[in-house]
Structure formats: C-alpha cells, structure tokens
Design a protein around this ligand. Structure first.
Ligand code: GTR
Length: 327
C-alpha cells in the first residue's frame, strides 16, 4: 500500500513539474532592429510580424522591435546579425547588398516595370531563391516589405538629368548605388541614414535620394526642398535573420517565423501605399518644389543608367533577364 501511495505521489510531482516547466518556461526573445521611427509603415509591419509570431507560438517566441536605430545604423546592425549578436533586422536590400552581392540584380535602376512586377518577382521562385542564398553569408532571408520608388532631392533646383552633374549626392552604403550616381556624372557620397540631415544642412552633400515617406520622416525636406520624380529605383525592404540563431530553432518554429513575415506583408503594403500619399501631400504643403519628369526626360535618366548594367557580371545579368521575363 505504502509503495502504491509513494508511486502516485511521485507521478503527481513529476506531472506538476513538467506542466509547470512548459507553462512557466521563459519565452524565446528575438531582438529585431529597425532604423525607422515607431509609427513608420515598415516598423508597423515589424509589429504585425511580431504579433503573428507570438500568437502562432502561444507566446513561446517573442519578437521585440527596437525602432529608431536604437541598436545602431543599418551597416553595423547587419554585421551584428551575421555574428548572431542581434537576431533580426529590417533593412533596405541596398544595405545587405555589400554582403550578399547577388542582391544587386534586384535593385538596378529602372529594373521593374512597376510595383506589381516587383512583387511578382519577390514572391515568386526568383525571390525565394535569393532569400535562400542568404544562408551562404550566415543570414536567413526572412521576407520582403514594400518601399516604393526612390527619387532625387537637392538643395538647388534640379529639373533634368543634366542638372545633377557635379553635385554631391548621398547614397546608401552600397557599391551599386555609388556606381549609379556616378553614371549620372554626380559625386557619390555614401553615408549612414542618420547622418544625412546634417550632411545636407552643412553642405557636405548637395542632395540625396529616397522615397516620399523617408523624405518626410527624416525632415530632409527642410534642408533639400527640390524633389525630382525620376523614380530611378525600387529597392525592396528585407528582413534578415541570423543563421546562427535560426539554426538553433526547431524546423516548425522556423517555418512559423517565415510564414508570419509572408502574412505581415499585405498589411505593411497597405500602410505603405496610404502613407506614401500622406507623405507626398505633407512635403508639398510644407513647401517642397516637386518636378514631375516628362516621359522624354525619364528616358534620358534610363539611358544615363546604361553603364551601370554594362558593369554587371554575366550571373547578375542572367537574373536580370529572368526578372524582366516575369509578366
Ligand atoms: C529607406 C530605407 C531604410 C534605409 C534608408 C537609407 O528608404 O527604408 O532602411 O536604407 O532608406 O537611405 O539609408
């Protein structure tokens, strides 16, 4: 009898301990670095991604978003992700392209016909393949967000491609972007995002390039009020994870995280499209001078970018051909 009681008690204790361990186990916390402010469309997309991960793992995995460059500027953060010191980051593919050079095929000037074309590419087999390629560089390609098109803005009026000649233009820290601005006869100045406002203000650079939402939220419009809608690039946003960190996760958890990013995408896209309009109106109201380029002038921008393509490797150009063939 005594034995049976001891057995029942032992069984009960073990059951309680196991149940307790799973209920009270500390969640896995993943830090995600974001350069934009809390209410920016990509940051809100990060929060939606975090919400889905938490919900689908019953709180076992918690993605903590560190917005407004709390964890540093993009180039430095990406290195930390590669080392495993930061779990994930949402950045522009330009910033990652210094590591994953094949990304150049996805950010060449005048590559996509429009946003639809870009999304067909990114969400199709070509996009999947480049996400997988990140593993060779100790990253995990988690997924894509929208970032509109990029345009030049300057301190002095610019109306034609020729007006950019000789101007010092801030670019993202990526070889392709340096080459692109040089092809226009301008002087490329690669700088971290957070340094651009003062560089414009003090005249270290004469201009920069970005999308409407960034132009507004960085207040660059205050110090460079001439905007030219040349739409030279569509550079998608990407979330990259640390391979070191992801390799420790179960296959199931990894799948949940990747799927959550896919499912956060339409949410971010909608916010983006709405905010793009709000941002454009806001900078117009605040006095920015906007030049809408004519189709003829846009063709001149395109022609000027041809040397950028001529410099690409046969491998990159093979991907470019595949991208262009996506209908
Ligand atoms: C923004 C992008 C940022 C950052 C920035 C830049 O459009 O969302 O991640 O790369 O451009 O120009 O540095």
């Amino acid at each position: 009898m005594k034995r049976i009681v001891t057995g029942i008690v032992a069984f009960w204790v073990i059951t309680v301990l196991i149940a307790g361990a799973s209920v009270f186990a500390a969640p896995i916390v993943m830090r995600l670095a974001e350069t934009h402010p809390q209410d920016y469309p990509t940051t809100k997309g990060d929060y939606e991604f975090a919400r889905l991960v938490k919900e689908r793992t019953n709180g076992r995995i918690v993605v903590e978003v560190f917005h407004s460059k709390q964890l540093g500027e993009e180039a430095a953060v990406i290195e930390q992700v590669q080392l495993g010191a930061i779990d994930m980051t949402r950045v522009s593919i330009s910033a990652v392209s210094s590591f994953v050079r094949d990304l150049d095929a996805f950010q060449l000037p005048y590559l996509y016909r429009d946003a639809d074309h870009m999304w067909k590419v990114l969400n199709g087999p070509i996009g999947e393949e480049i996400l997988k390629k990140h593993e060779a560089f100790n990253f995990v390609g988690v997924g894509w967000f929208e970032s509109g098109s990029r345009n030049f803005y300057t301190k002095k009026p610019v109306k034609t491609v020729g007006d950019l000649k000789g101007m010092k233009i801030r670019v993202q820290q990526a070889p392709l972007m340096v080459g692109m601005v040089e092809a226009l006869g301008a002087v490329a100045t690669p700088l971290p995002y957070g340094e651009v406002y003062s560089a414009l203000q003090t005249g270290v650079v004469d201009g920069a390039e970005n999308n409407w939402p960034s132009y507004l939220t960085t207040s660059h419009f205050e110090v460079a009020k001439y905007w030219i809608s040349d739409e030279h690039t569509r550079v998608p946003e990407i979330t990259v994870g640390s391979k070191k960190v992801f390799d420790k996760m179960s296959k199931e958890d990894r799948a949940i995280v990747l799927k959550a990013m896919k499912d956060a995408q339409p949410f971010q896209f909608k916010l983006w499209v709405d905010f793009e309009k709000v941002a454009e109106k806001a900078v117009r109201d605040k006095g920015s001078v906007i030049t809408q380029v004519s189709p003829q002038e846009k063709q001149k921008f395109m022609d000027a970018m041809k040397p950028v393509y001529a410099k690409q490797s046969p491998e990159i150009m093979a991907v470019v051909k595949k991208i262009r063939d996506v209908k």
